[in-house]
Design a protein around this ligand. Structure first.
Ligand SMILES: Nc1ncnc2c1ncn2[C@@H]1O[C@H](COP(=O)(O)OP(=O)(O)OP(=O)(O)O)[C@@H](O)[C@H]1O
Ligand code: NI
Length: 308
């Protein structure tokens, strides 16, 4: 299993404006690896994940490619599939839940309020044609059988997270997308969730985890992708990233951590309807020069900055 995102862009068309939510994204993710996609709120992380699953609303235009190579890994041997070009039928029958599992942002909101956790797990297993029972699936996600009798509003944040994890894993997909899986959880649950994602990876799955919790990313990821104003601006192995990020925005993110300098990045990200020409970080960057009026691209060093 390998995912190769190649020039992926997403625009939302609104009356009078286009939102450039994802611009020319490029990265790869292989089986057994965990990639953390980090960046401030609104930079396009969730939209990227939803684009891979064909889950964007009708006002979105997606261009570029996202190749899912199913050979190797968990005994799948078909040729690469372009998720951008794939039909809704292929996405629904082959991709969602089967090849790619999504752990959604705010899992409680994705559960149906009037049905118990068990009923929701049973339905998903039935749709996927899986032989296991909801209880077997739930046990692997760390839930007790009695937890499954609850309705979503009776689940704690941690339990709702586990139900969402169980749903995402029901079809044993080789690629997992986890969108802010730790938001709203306390530290022990953050640790447990990250350990679970790591385990999924170590079993041979590919995991893309979206987070703005850099400590959580450091704990779980092999590689880091930093997004700013719709673009991936730095790709790096996690260790070298946390030792020495290269993009000035990435440095700013790390310097903002309480455990580090605790100095916030000045200013705010630009509106995605009005992205400046050139480097979008330029107005906030202490290194900016006239050269930055030209758009820097992710080069061989995997950093989109004229000064890195
Ligand atoms: N259906 C839509 N129509 C128009 N704009 C949208 C739509 N969905 C998302 N957007 C915009 O796309 C941009 C990226 O949103 P996205 O949810 O990907 O951010 P994010 O990086 O996941 O942030 P967060 O950390 O807050 O979840 C935002 O500016 C958002 O307002
Ligand atoms: Ni998001």
């Amino acid at each position: 299993m390998r995912l190769r995102v190649d020039g992926l862009s997403v625009r939302f068309h609104l009356p009078g404006a286009d939102v450039h939510a994802v611009t020319d994204a490029r990265f790869e993710l292989a089986a057994g690896r965990c990639l953390a996609l980090v960046g401030e709120s609104g930079c396009g992380k969730s939209v990227m994940a939803h684009a891979l699953l064909g889950l964007l609303p009708g006002n979105a235009t997606v261009t570029g490619h996202a190749w899912l190579d199913r050979s190797g890994g968990l005994n799948r041997s078909d040729g690469p599939l372009d998720l951008v070009a794939a039909s809704e039928k292929v996405l629904a029958r082959q991709v969602r839940g089967r090849l790619i599992g999504l752990v959604p942002q705010s899992p409680a909101a994705h559960l149906t309020p009037v049905r118990t956790a068990r009923a929701q797990l049973a339905e998903t297993l039935r749709e996927l044609g899986r032989p296991e029972s909801p209880d077997e699936l739930a046990e692997r996600a760390g839930l007790r059988p009695q937890d499954l009798d609850r309705y979503p509003h009776q689940l704690s944040g941690g339990m709702a997270q586990r139900v969402a994890n169980a749903l995402a894993l029901a079809g044993d997909p080789p690629l997992i997308l986890a969108d802010e899986p730790t938001t709203g959880l306390d530290r022990p649950l953050v640790e447990a969730t990250m350990a679970e994602l790591r385990r999924l990876c170590d079993e041979g799955r590919a995991v893309l985890v979206i987070t703005h919790d850099l400590r959580a990313a450091e704990r779980v990821a092999d590689d880091i992708a930093v997004m700013y104003a719709s673009r991936v601006v730095e790709l790096a192995p996690a260790r070298s990233f946390f030792d020495g990020p290269r993009h000035p925005y990435a440095r700013g993110l790390l310097d903002a951590l309480p455990s580090r300098a605790f100095v916030p990045i000045p200013g705010r990200p630009p509106e995605l309807t009005r992205l400046p020409d050139g480097c979008a970080f330029r107005p906030r960057c202490s290194l900016a020069t006239p050269e930055c009026a030209e758009q820097p691209v992710l080069n061989g060093n995997k950093v989109a900055c004229h000064h890195a």
